[in-house]
Design a protein. Structure first.
Length: 55
């Protein structure tokens, strides 16, 4: 799961990816590549719609 450097899970960002809404890359994210992996995994199971992140 995507987390911040302090260990908080990015629930809001995950929900936006799953709902197909635009999202911002949080400045405090521990591993930014995980959001692309999460999007790919959600698309594989049919949850995520096409989105573009507002970086």
């Amino acid at each position: 799961l995507p987390k911040t450097r302090s260990g908080k899970i990015l629930r809001g960002t995950m929900a936006k990816i799953a709902d197909g809404e635009p999202f911002k890359m949080p400045a405090t994210i521990d591993d930014p590549a995980i959001l692309d992996e999460l999007r790919a995994a959600l698309q594989t199971i049919g949850f995520a719609k096409e989105t573009t992140s507002a970086k």
